[in-house]
Ligand binder design. Structure first.
Ligand SMILES: [Zn+2]
Length: 411
Protein backbone atom coordinates (compact mmCIF):
# COMPACT_ATOMS: atom_id res chain seq x y z
CA UNK A 1 0.00 0.00 0.00
CA UNK A 2 1.23 3.46 -0.86
CA UNK A 3 2.02 5.60 2.12
CA UNK A 4 1.29 9.33 2.03
CA UNK A 5 4.86 10.29 1.22
CA UNK A 6 5.15 7.92 -1.76
CA UNK A 7 1.75 9.11 -2.91
CA UNK A 8 2.98 12.71 -2.81
CA UNK A 9 6.05 11.69 -4.77
CA UNK A 10 4.02 9.91 -7.43
CA UNK A 11 1.77 12.93 -7.71
CA UNK A 12 4.67 15.40 -7.81
CA UNK A 13 2.52 18.21 -6.41
CA UNK A 14 5.40 20.50 -5.61
CA UNK A 15 5.05 22.38 -2.33
CA UNK A 16 2.31 20.08 -1.08
CA UNK A 17 2.06 16.95 1.06
CA UNK A 18 -0.74 14.38 1.02
CA UNK A 19 -2.83 14.52 4.16
CA UNK A 20 -5.53 11.99 3.27
CA UNK A 21 -6.54 9.60 0.47
CA UNK A 22 -9.97 8.07 -0.08
CA UNK A 23 -10.92 5.51 -2.69
CA UNK A 24 -14.46 5.03 -3.98
CA UNK A 25 -15.82 2.20 -6.10
CA UNK A 26 -17.76 2.88 -9.26
CA UNK A 27 -21.28 3.89 -8.28
CA UNK A 28 -20.30 5.24 -4.86
CA UNK A 29 -19.68 8.85 -5.94
CA UNK A 30 -20.18 8.72 -9.68
CA UNK A 31 -20.34 6.19 -12.49
CA UNK A 32 -16.58 5.57 -12.32
CA UNK A 33 -14.16 4.79 -9.51
CA UNK A 34 -12.75 7.90 -7.84
CA UNK A 35 -9.79 8.75 -5.68
CA UNK A 36 -9.92 11.85 -3.50
CA UNK A 37 -6.59 13.21 -2.38
CA UNK A 38 -6.32 16.01 0.12
CA UNK A 39 -3.24 18.18 -0.23
CA UNK A 40 -1.80 20.38 2.48
CA UNK A 41 0.91 22.95 1.86
CA UNK A 42 4.30 22.00 3.23
CA UNK A 43 5.39 24.37 5.95
CA UNK A 44 8.07 27.04 5.88
CA UNK A 45 8.33 27.79 2.24
CA UNK A 46 8.22 31.02 0.34
CA UNK A 47 5.06 31.90 -1.52
CA UNK A 48 5.29 33.57 -4.87
CA UNK A 49 2.78 36.04 -6.19
CA UNK A 50 1.13 34.80 -9.41
CA UNK A 51 0.94 38.40 -10.61
CA UNK A 52 4.55 39.58 -10.43
CA UNK A 53 6.39 36.37 -9.47
CA UNK A 54 8.02 37.93 -6.36
CA UNK A 55 8.34 36.16 -3.04
CA UNK A 56 5.80 37.48 -0.60
CA UNK A 57 5.80 36.70 3.12
CA UNK A 58 2.45 38.04 4.08
CA UNK A 59 -0.51 35.71 3.58
CA UNK A 60 -3.87 37.23 2.71
CA UNK A 61 -6.01 34.12 3.22
CA UNK A 62 -6.38 30.41 2.51
CA UNK A 63 -9.11 28.68 0.56
CA UNK A 64 -9.86 25.12 -0.49
CA UNK A 65 -10.54 24.13 -4.02
CA UNK A 66 -11.37 20.90 -5.86
CA UNK A 67 -9.08 20.27 -8.82
CA UNK A 68 -9.03 17.41 -11.30
CA UNK A 69 -5.76 15.60 -12.02
CA UNK A 70 -4.88 12.80 -14.45
CA UNK A 71 -6.59 9.52 -13.54
CA UNK A 72 -4.88 7.13 -11.11
CA UNK A 73 -5.09 3.89 -13.04
CA UNK A 74 -8.85 3.41 -13.39
CA UNK A 75 -9.95 6.09 -10.98
CA UNK A 76 -10.84 9.70 -11.73
CA UNK A 77 -8.59 11.76 -9.50
CA UNK A 78 -9.88 14.71 -7.50
CA UNK A 79 -7.58 16.85 -5.43
CA UNK A 80 -8.68 19.01 -2.56
CA UNK A 81 -6.05 21.74 -2.59
CA UNK A 82 -5.56 24.29 0.12
CA UNK A 83 -4.41 27.34 -1.78
CA UNK A 84 -3.09 30.54 -0.37
CA UNK A 85 -3.53 34.08 -1.52
CA UNK A 86 -0.57 36.30 -0.77
CA UNK A 87 -0.92 39.94 0.16
CA UNK A 88 1.43 41.25 -2.49
CA UNK A 89 2.57 44.83 -1.89
CA UNK A 90 2.67 45.32 -5.64
CA UNK A 91 -0.39 43.43 -6.91
CA UNK A 92 -2.66 43.22 -3.86
CA UNK A 93 -4.27 39.91 -2.87
CA UNK A 94 -3.14 37.32 -5.38
CA UNK A 95 -3.22 33.54 -5.65
CA UNK A 96 0.11 31.93 -4.94
CA UNK A 97 2.04 30.79 -8.02
CA UNK A 98 2.12 26.99 -8.22
CA UNK A 99 3.94 25.37 -11.13
CA UNK A 100 1.56 22.46 -11.54
CA UNK A 101 -1.66 24.45 -11.26
CA UNK A 102 -2.58 27.65 -13.08
CA UNK A 103 -4.38 30.30 -11.03
CA UNK A 104 -8.11 29.55 -10.80
CA UNK A 105 -7.71 26.40 -12.94
CA UNK A 106 -10.07 23.49 -12.30
CA UNK A 107 -7.57 20.95 -13.65
CA UNK A 108 -3.82 20.53 -13.19
CA UNK A 109 -1.45 21.73 -15.91
CA UNK A 110 -0.56 18.19 -16.96
CA UNK A 111 -4.22 17.30 -17.26
CA UNK A 112 -4.86 20.44 -19.32
CA UNK A 113 -1.97 19.41 -21.59
CA UNK A 114 -3.40 15.92 -22.06
CA UNK A 115 -6.83 17.33 -22.81
CA UNK A 116 -5.42 19.76 -25.38
CA UNK A 117 -3.34 17.02 -27.00
CA UNK A 118 -6.33 14.73 -27.42
CA UNK A 119 -8.41 17.64 -28.73
CA UNK A 120 -6.06 17.80 -31.72
CA UNK A 121 -7.38 14.46 -32.96
CA UNK A 122 -10.73 13.89 -31.24
CA UNK A 123 -14.01 15.74 -30.92
CA UNK A 124 -14.60 17.60 -27.65
CA UNK A 125 -17.38 15.16 -26.81
CA UNK A 126 -15.03 12.16 -26.87
CA UNK A 127 -12.33 13.88 -24.86
CA UNK A 128 -14.94 14.89 -22.28
CA UNK A 129 -16.15 11.28 -22.04
CA UNK A 130 -12.61 9.96 -21.77
CA UNK A 131 -11.69 12.15 -18.81
CA UNK A 132 -15.14 12.48 -17.25
CA UNK A 133 -15.09 16.25 -17.76
CA UNK A 134 -17.85 18.56 -18.92
CA UNK A 135 -18.00 19.47 -22.62
CA UNK A 136 -17.55 23.20 -22.03
CA UNK A 137 -14.69 22.58 -19.59
CA UNK A 138 -12.81 20.61 -22.27
CA UNK A 139 -13.47 23.28 -24.88
CA UNK A 140 -12.28 26.06 -22.57
CA UNK A 141 -9.07 24.13 -21.79
CA UNK A 142 -8.39 23.49 -25.48
CA UNK A 143 -9.09 27.09 -26.45
CA UNK A 144 -6.77 28.45 -23.77
CA UNK A 145 -4.04 25.98 -24.80
CA UNK A 146 -4.25 27.02 -28.46
CA UNK A 147 -4.21 30.71 -27.58
CA UNK A 148 -1.07 30.17 -25.50
CA UNK A 149 0.54 28.01 -28.20
CA UNK A 150 -0.18 30.37 -31.09
CA UNK A 151 0.27 33.69 -29.35
CA UNK A 152 0.18 36.90 -31.33
CA UNK A 153 0.97 36.16 -34.96
CA UNK A 154 4.40 37.29 -36.11
CA UNK A 155 4.37 38.51 -39.70
CA UNK A 156 7.99 39.65 -39.90
CA UNK A 157 9.38 37.24 -42.53
CA UNK A 158 6.30 36.98 -44.70
CA UNK A 159 6.78 37.76 -48.42
CA UNK A 160 4.37 35.38 -50.19
CA UNK A 161 0.73 35.07 -49.26
CA UNK A 162 -1.98 32.60 -50.19
CA UNK A 163 -5.58 33.64 -49.77
CA UNK A 164 -8.51 31.27 -49.96
CA UNK A 165 -12.12 31.13 -48.93
CA UNK A 166 -14.05 28.24 -47.43
CA UNK A 167 -17.65 27.54 -46.46
CA UNK A 168 -18.06 28.04 -42.75
CA UNK A 169 -21.17 25.91 -42.50
CA UNK A 170 -24.22 25.00 -44.44
CA UNK A 171 -26.26 28.01 -45.47
CA UNK A 172 -23.35 29.51 -47.39
CA UNK A 173 -21.57 31.58 -44.84
CA UNK A 174 -17.96 31.97 -45.80
CA UNK A 175 -14.64 32.66 -44.18
CA UNK A 176 -11.20 33.48 -45.52
CA UNK A 177 -7.86 31.94 -44.64
CA UNK A 178 -4.48 33.60 -45.28
CA UNK A 179 -1.32 31.48 -45.35
CA UNK A 180 2.38 32.16 -45.55
CA UNK A 181 3.25 30.63 -48.93
CA UNK A 182 6.79 29.74 -47.82
CA UNK A 183 6.39 28.29 -44.33
CA UNK A 184 2.84 26.91 -44.81
CA UNK A 185 1.73 28.69 -41.68
CA UNK A 186 -1.86 29.88 -41.39
CA UNK A 187 -1.48 33.55 -40.52
CA UNK A 188 -5.06 34.64 -40.19
CA UNK A 189 -8.63 33.39 -40.47
CA UNK A 190 -11.62 35.73 -40.61
CA UNK A 191 -15.31 35.72 -41.37
CA UNK A 192 -16.58 36.64 -44.83
CA UNK A 193 -14.92 36.75 -48.23
CA UNK A 194 -15.47 40.33 -49.35
CA UNK A 195 -12.93 43.11 -49.67
CA UNK A 196 -13.73 44.69 -46.32
CA UNK A 197 -13.74 41.24 -44.69
CA UNK A 198 -10.06 40.65 -45.44
CA UNK A 199 -8.98 44.25 -44.74
CA UNK A 200 -8.36 43.55 -41.01
CA UNK A 201 -5.58 41.17 -42.03
CA UNK A 202 -3.76 43.86 -43.99
CA UNK A 203 -4.24 46.28 -41.10
CA UNK A 204 -2.55 43.77 -38.80
CA UNK A 205 0.20 43.23 -41.35
CA UNK A 206 0.84 46.97 -41.28
CA UNK A 207 2.25 49.30 -43.92
CA UNK A 208 5.73 47.87 -43.71
CA UNK A 209 4.45 44.29 -43.81
CA UNK A 210 2.32 45.11 -46.86
CA UNK A 211 5.36 46.55 -48.64
CA UNK A 212 7.30 43.30 -48.10
CA UNK A 213 4.73 41.18 -49.94
CA UNK A 214 6.04 40.09 -53.35
CA UNK A 215 3.24 37.83 -54.54
CA UNK A 216 -0.20 36.66 -53.50
CA UNK A 217 -1.71 33.39 -54.71
CA UNK A 218 -5.50 33.28 -54.91
CA UNK A 219 -8.52 32.15 -56.85
CA UNK A 220 -10.00 34.49 -59.43
CA UNK A 221 -12.24 36.27 -56.94
CA UNK A 222 -12.45 39.95 -57.73
CA UNK A 223 -12.68 40.85 -54.04
CA UNK A 224 -9.32 39.33 -53.10
CA UNK A 225 -7.60 40.76 -56.14
CA UNK A 226 -9.04 44.24 -55.59
CA UNK A 227 -7.98 44.38 -51.95
CA UNK A 228 -4.48 43.05 -52.62
CA UNK A 229 -3.91 45.59 -55.41
CA UNK A 230 -5.03 48.37 -53.08
CA UNK A 231 -3.01 47.27 -50.02
CA UNK A 232 0.09 45.80 -51.67
CA UNK A 233 0.32 47.51 -55.08
CA UNK A 234 3.82 46.13 -55.70
CA UNK A 235 2.74 42.50 -55.20
CA UNK A 236 2.03 40.18 -58.11
CA UNK A 237 -1.30 38.46 -58.17
CA UNK A 238 -0.92 34.76 -59.02
CA UNK A 239 -3.93 32.60 -59.87
CA UNK A 240 -3.38 29.09 -58.66
CA UNK A 241 -3.96 26.02 -60.75
CA UNK A 242 -6.28 24.32 -58.28
CA UNK A 243 -8.86 27.09 -58.40
CA UNK A 244 -8.68 27.77 -62.13
CA UNK A 245 -9.17 24.07 -62.90
CA UNK A 246 -12.06 23.86 -60.42
CA UNK A 247 -13.66 26.83 -62.14
CA UNK A 248 -13.13 25.15 -65.51
CA UNK A 249 -14.84 22.03 -64.18
CA UNK A 250 -17.85 24.01 -62.99
CA UNK A 251 -18.23 26.43 -65.85
CA UNK A 252 -17.15 24.33 -68.82
CA UNK A 253 -17.14 20.58 -68.30
CA UNK A 254 -20.23 20.46 -66.17
CA UNK A 255 -22.20 22.75 -68.45
CA UNK A 256 -21.22 20.84 -71.60
CA UNK A 257 -22.16 17.58 -69.90
CA UNK A 258 -25.63 18.91 -69.02
CA UNK A 259 -26.12 20.40 -72.52
CA UNK A 260 -25.15 17.10 -74.11
CA UNK A 261 -27.48 15.15 -71.84
CA UNK A 262 -30.35 17.48 -72.83
CA UNK A 263 -29.51 17.11 -76.50
CA UNK A 264 -29.74 13.32 -76.14
CA UNK A 265 -33.37 13.35 -75.00
CA UNK A 266 -34.38 10.66 -77.50
CA UNK A 267 -31.50 8.32 -76.73
CA UNK A 268 -32.34 7.51 -73.11
CA UNK A 269 -29.51 5.02 -72.52
CA UNK A 270 -26.72 7.33 -73.71
CA UNK A 271 -28.30 10.28 -71.94
CA UNK A 272 -28.11 8.41 -68.65
CA UNK A 273 -24.43 7.66 -69.17
CA UNK A 274 -23.61 11.31 -69.95
CA UNK A 275 -25.65 12.60 -67.01
CA UNK A 276 -23.98 10.23 -64.61
CA UNK A 277 -20.45 10.89 -65.79
CA UNK A 278 -19.78 13.97 -63.66
CA UNK A 279 -17.10 12.50 -61.47
CA UNK A 280 -15.49 10.55 -64.32
CA UNK A 281 -14.96 13.83 -66.14
CA UNK A 282 -13.88 15.97 -63.23
CA UNK A 283 -11.42 13.61 -61.62
CA UNK A 284 -7.85 13.36 -62.79
CA UNK A 285 -7.23 10.46 -65.12
CA UNK A 286 -4.52 9.06 -62.86
CA UNK A 287 -6.92 9.06 -59.89
CA UNK A 288 -9.56 6.96 -61.60
CA UNK A 289 -9.94 3.46 -60.13
CA UNK A 290 -9.04 0.40 -62.22
CA UNK A 291 -12.55 -1.04 -62.11
CA UNK A 292 -13.38 -0.09 -65.66
CA UNK A 293 -13.76 3.64 -65.00
CA UNK A 294 -11.03 4.45 -67.53
CA UNK A 295 -12.72 2.26 -70.15
CA UNK A 296 -16.09 3.89 -69.49
CA UNK A 297 -14.57 7.35 -69.74
CA UNK A 298 -12.83 6.50 -73.02
CA UNK A 299 -16.07 5.18 -74.52
CA UNK A 300 -17.92 8.28 -73.41
CA UNK A 301 -15.32 10.62 -74.89
CA UNK A 302 -15.12 8.70 -78.16
CA UNK A 303 -18.86 8.93 -78.64
CA UNK A 304 -19.08 12.60 -77.79
CA UNK A 305 -17.00 15.17 -79.59
CA UNK A 306 -17.79 18.16 -77.36
CA UNK A 307 -16.99 16.30 -74.15
CA UNK A 308 -13.78 15.01 -75.69
CA UNK A 309 -12.71 18.54 -76.59
CA UNK A 310 -13.35 20.09 -73.17
CA UNK A 311 -11.77 17.11 -71.45
CA UNK A 312 -8.57 17.33 -73.46
CA UNK A 313 -8.42 21.11 -73.09
CA UNK A 314 -8.62 20.70 -69.32
CA UNK A 315 -5.40 18.70 -69.30
CA UNK A 316 -3.69 21.18 -71.60
CA UNK A 317 -4.85 24.08 -69.44
CA UNK A 318 -3.18 22.47 -66.43
CA UNK A 319 0.09 22.25 -68.29
CA UNK A 320 0.31 26.03 -68.41
CA UNK A 321 1.39 25.86 -64.79
CA UNK A 322 4.36 23.64 -65.65
CA UNK A 323 6.27 26.32 -67.54
CA UNK A 324 9.13 28.11 -65.86
CA UNK A 325 9.67 30.58 -68.70
CA UNK A 326 7.09 33.15 -69.42
CA UNK A 327 7.72 33.10 -73.20
CA UNK A 328 6.91 29.41 -73.40
CA UNK A 329 3.90 29.75 -71.16
CA UNK A 330 2.58 32.61 -73.34
CA UNK A 331 3.01 30.57 -76.51
CA UNK A 332 1.22 27.60 -74.94
CA UNK A 333 -1.56 29.92 -73.81
CA UNK A 334 -2.03 31.42 -77.28
CA UNK A 335 -2.26 27.94 -78.71
CA UNK A 336 -4.80 26.94 -76.06
CA UNK A 337 -6.85 30.08 -76.67
CA UNK A 338 -6.95 29.43 -80.44
CA UNK A 339 -8.22 25.92 -79.89
CA UNK A 340 -10.86 27.08 -77.41
CA UNK A 341 -12.05 29.81 -79.80
CA UNK A 342 -12.34 27.46 -82.74
CA UNK A 343 -14.19 24.79 -80.73
CA UNK A 344 -17.66 26.32 -81.26
CA UNK A 345 -18.47 25.28 -77.69
CA UNK A 346 -20.06 28.33 -76.08
CA UNK A 347 -19.17 27.78 -72.38
CA UNK A 348 -15.57 27.02 -73.36
CA UNK A 349 -15.26 30.18 -75.45
CA UNK A 350 -16.71 32.33 -72.67
CA UNK A 351 -14.32 30.82 -70.13
CA UNK A 352 -11.33 31.31 -72.42
CA UNK A 353 -12.17 34.96 -73.17
CA UNK A 354 -12.54 35.73 -69.46
CA UNK A 355 -9.27 34.05 -68.68
CA UNK A 356 -7.53 35.93 -71.50
CA UNK A 357 -8.31 39.20 -69.73
CA UNK A 358 -6.51 37.95 -66.65
CA UNK A 359 -3.59 36.23 -68.32
CA UNK A 360 -1.06 38.16 -66.20
CA UNK A 361 -2.23 36.28 -63.13
CA UNK A 362 -1.48 32.97 -64.83
CA UNK A 363 1.86 33.94 -66.32
CA UNK A 364 2.93 35.32 -62.90
CA UNK A 365 3.20 31.69 -61.90
CA UNK A 366 6.47 31.47 -63.88
CA UNK A 367 8.05 33.95 -61.44
CA UNK A 368 6.27 32.82 -58.28
CA UNK A 369 5.66 29.11 -58.27
CA UNK A 370 2.89 28.92 -55.73
CA UNK A 371 2.11 25.38 -54.79
CA UNK A 372 -1.45 24.46 -55.31
CA UNK A 373 -1.01 21.53 -52.95
CA UNK A 374 -0.87 23.97 -50.02
CA UNK A 375 -4.29 25.36 -50.81
CA UNK A 376 -5.67 21.87 -51.36
CA UNK A 377 -4.09 20.77 -48.09
CA UNK A 378 -5.70 23.53 -46.10
CA UNK A 379 -9.04 22.91 -47.82
CA UNK A 380 -8.95 19.23 -46.97
CA UNK A 381 -7.94 19.87 -43.39
CA UNK A 382 -10.81 22.31 -42.90
CA UNK A 383 -13.23 19.69 -44.23
CA UNK A 384 -11.78 17.14 -41.83
CA UNK A 385 -12.04 19.53 -38.86
CA UNK A 386 -15.67 20.13 -39.74
CA UNK A 387 -16.33 16.41 -40.03
CA UNK A 388 -14.78 15.67 -36.64
CA UNK A 389 -17.33 18.19 -35.44
CA UNK A 390 -15.35 20.65 -33.40
CA UNK A 391 -17.37 23.27 -31.61
CA UNK A 392 -17.56 25.46 -34.63
CA UNK A 393 -20.63 27.27 -33.47
CA UNK A 394 -17.87 29.31 -31.89
CA UNK A 395 -16.07 30.79 -34.91
CA UNK A 396 -13.13 32.04 -32.86
CA UNK A 397 -12.54 28.52 -31.58
CA UNK A 398 -12.80 27.00 -35.05
CA UNK A 399 -10.36 29.59 -36.45
CA UNK A 400 -7.86 28.75 -33.69
CA UNK A 401 -8.22 25.08 -34.67
CA UNK A 402 -7.31 25.92 -38.26
CA UNK A 403 -4.30 28.01 -37.22
CA UNK A 404 -3.21 25.31 -34.81
CA UNK A 405 -3.37 22.68 -37.57
CA UNK A 406 -0.93 24.74 -39.70
CA UNK A 407 1.74 26.07 -37.34
CA UNK A 408 4.23 26.24 -40.21
CA UNK A 409 7.59 24.67 -40.81
CA UNK A 410 10.45 26.48 -39.10
CA UNK A 411 12.84 28.54 -41.15
ZN1 LIG B 1 2.68 40.54 -7.06
Amino acid sequence: MLNMESMARVGAWEGYAVSSVQWFEAGEKGPRPEVWIELRPRGNRAHRCSGCGRKVHQIHDWHERWVRDLPCFEADTKLLVNRCRVACPRCGPRVERVEWLAPYARVTRRMAQSVAKLCKILAIKHVAEHFGLRWDAVKAIDKAAMEAELGEPDFSGVTILLIDEFALRKGHRYATVVMDGLTKRVLWVGKGRGREDIRPFFEMLGEEGCRRIQAVGMDMSAAFEGEVRAQCPQAEVVFDLFHVVMKYGREVIDRVRVDEANRLKQDKATRKVVKGAKWLLLRNWENLPDDGAKVRLNELLEANQALMTVYLLKDDLKQLWDYKREGWARRAWNDWLDRARSSAIAPLITFAENLAKRLDGILAHCRFAIHTSLIEGVNNKIKLLKRIGYGYRDDAYFFLKIRSAFPGIPG
